[in-house]
Design a protein around this ligand. Structure first.
Ligand code: XMP
Length: 510
């Protein structure tokens, strides 16, 4: 298999670079600079090497450096940002730091004609993020690009094997970034671009087989995309040695627990334990209205239930987690020892005994995880699943939680989601759901006066959920949802639409 090495020097964008390469159907893998030697690079047969950015200055004694043999391996190299500076420095160029030469953000870059810039206009916008800059290129090297502040924004060696760009082609703000990376891959490294995500899934399963063969693996399955895809992969790798524990806290969406059980146990034949604990949760939540207390109770109770199941199972060799790359960044890049708090719910019980943690999805972005799910045959309903908070409907029922309120919200929410799915797909909002407020208001039905609850509908458009815009849903969708909810859900007499963005509001109401 043709593959590209992303040599990581501690930059924030290492995974993004690998992903941009994979997007062009070329397999890329990342290795920290200090964990792979030039000999190993040769042995692995990489078709090209990309040096990532990094926060350091090449003149710092403690900054990451690499063996000069890299320059003569006969494998094309593209250095990005710090990677470019390091490449220039290693080959005898000079790098310097000056406050007034630092650039952060958009910059206009002038690029000469070069194999790396084929099909790229002479002037375009790129994304810069650097303090140091390359003052002079190594002897015999050619400067191929510059900005107002940066005399050497791009360079290459005479042979056309070693390239450096000060800007970041991997971020979307660099207008022709994709093209430039493509030129490196196809023009310089001469790869064919026939790699598919399917191959990645196959390799991953083979690796898991090798690593976990004969071992017992425990996975907390929430039914969310990440843990579901993780379950599918592990099932292919270890089959019945995978034990999935699914805690049903009774605050899931309508039909959700049954869907998870049907999919994973009935259809895929997995070893699934459904811990039906709704009564236990409701009892603990009785009389509680404060949002934080609700979350805390659910988090703690969740752990107790998971713990009780794990105790019954006894010692397991590995605990699997559906951690994906954005979670890795959140919990501190490079710190692989950090155990992500249990999928959706805070904290893992420390009484569960296991020897190792396995996180098969930790190099992937959400859409790549979805693609693997699709390839492995995960039903569309689960692949497309919107995010759902760990505490479930508890944070969407304002005030005290009762069985009756859960029923009302589950029904109203199912109607709303069904309506949006029917009318808005494939352009559905990132998240859309119903909230049961604790406001009751007077209504009229037939000749009788009613005094029912108010449901709020929420739909948001967002890429990362850190900020979000309320989605301008068509009036017809709102009209259908409102009419059906008030007609079909007993106890609800009013529907409102939430038009707050985040910030200042949050996506969830509690
Ligand atoms: P907020 O309400 O903070 O939500 O704007 C942002 C995103 O996070 C989800 N969310 C949660 N997810 N456990 C989770 O796993 C939680 O406790 C939780 N609370 C909010 C929310 O649905 C939205 O997608």
């Amino acid at each position: 298999m043709e593959k590209i090495l992303v040599l990581d020097f501690g930059g924030q964008y290492d995974q993004l670079i690998a992903r941009r390469v994979r997007e062009q159907n070329v397999y890329a893998e990342i290795h920290p600079y200090n964990r792979i030697s030039p000999e190993e690079i040769l042995k692995e047969g990489y078709k090209g090497i990309i040096l990532t950015g990094g926060p350091n200055s090449v003149y710092d004694l403690s900054s990451p450096h690499y063996d000069k043999a890299l320059l003569t391996l006969g494998i094309p190299v593209l250095g990005i940002c710090y990677g470019a500076q390091l490449l220039a420095y290693m080959a005898g160029g000079t790098v310097t730091g000056a406050k007034d030469s630092s650039e952060y953000g958009h910059a206009s870059v002038s690029l000469r004609e070069d194999i790396l810039f084929q099909g790229v206009p002479e002037e375009s916008t790129c994304w810069m993020s650097h303090t140091d800059y390359i003052k002079s290129v190594p002897k015999g090297y050619i400067v191929t690009g510059s900005t107002d502040r940066c005399p050497c924004a791009a360079f290459r060696d005479e042979k056309g094997m070693l390239f450096g760009v000060q800007f970041h082609p991997e971020v979307t703000h660099t207008e022709y970034g994709r093209k430039i990376l493509g030129n490196f891959l196809f023009g310089v490294c001469k790869v064919s671009g026939d790699w598919k995500m399917e191959d990645y899934a196959t390799t991953l399963i083979e690796e898991l087989k090798g690593r976990l063969g004969g071992k017992k693996v425990l996975l907390g399955l929430s039914g969310g995309v990440d843990s579901s895809v993780c379950a599918m992969l592990l099932n292919r790798a270890v089959g019945k040695d995978l034990i999935c524990v699914f805690v049903d806290h009774g605050l899931l969406r309508k039909g959700e627990a049954d869907l998870v059980e049907k999919t994973f146990r009935d259809e895929m034949g997995m070893n699934l334990i459904r811990a039906d604990a709704s009564e236990r949760f409701l009892k603990k939540l009785k009389g509680v209205s404060d949002p934080e207390s609700k979350r805390k109770i659910i988090g703690e109770e969740f752990i107790r239930v998971f713990e009780a199941q794990a105790k019954k199972i006894g010692h397991v060799n590995a605990l699997a987690q559906g951690t994906i790359y954005p979670d890795v960044i959140e919990s501190g890049k490079g710190d692989s020892a950090v155990i992500k708090s249990h999928h959706n719910v805070g904290g893992l019980p420390d009484v569960i005994s296991f020897d190792e943690i396995v996180e098969p999805l930790r190099d992937l972005f959400k859409d790549e995880v979805r693609e693997i799910g699709r390839l492995l045959g995960l039903p569309d309903e689960l692949v497309r699943r919107q995010p759902f908070p760990g505490p479930g409907l508890a944070v969407r029922i304002i005030g005290e939680i009762t069985e009756e309120k859960i029923r009302m919200l589950q029904d109203a929410d199912a109607i709303f989601r069904e309506t949006v799915d029917r009318e808005c797909l494939p352009e559905a909002p990132a998240q859309y759901f119903a909230v049961l407020t604790d406001t009751r208001s007077v209504g009229v039905m037939g000749d009788a006066r009613t005094y029912g609850y108010t449901v709020a509908l929420r739909a948001v458009t967002t890429d990362d959920f850190m900020t979000a815009e309320w989605t301008r849903l068509p009036y017809e969708v709102l009209e259908t949802a409102s009419r059906r909810i008030t007609n079909e859900v007993h106890g609800i007499s009013r529907v409102v639409f939430d038009i707050s963005s985040k910030p200042p509001a949050t996506v969830e109401w509690e």
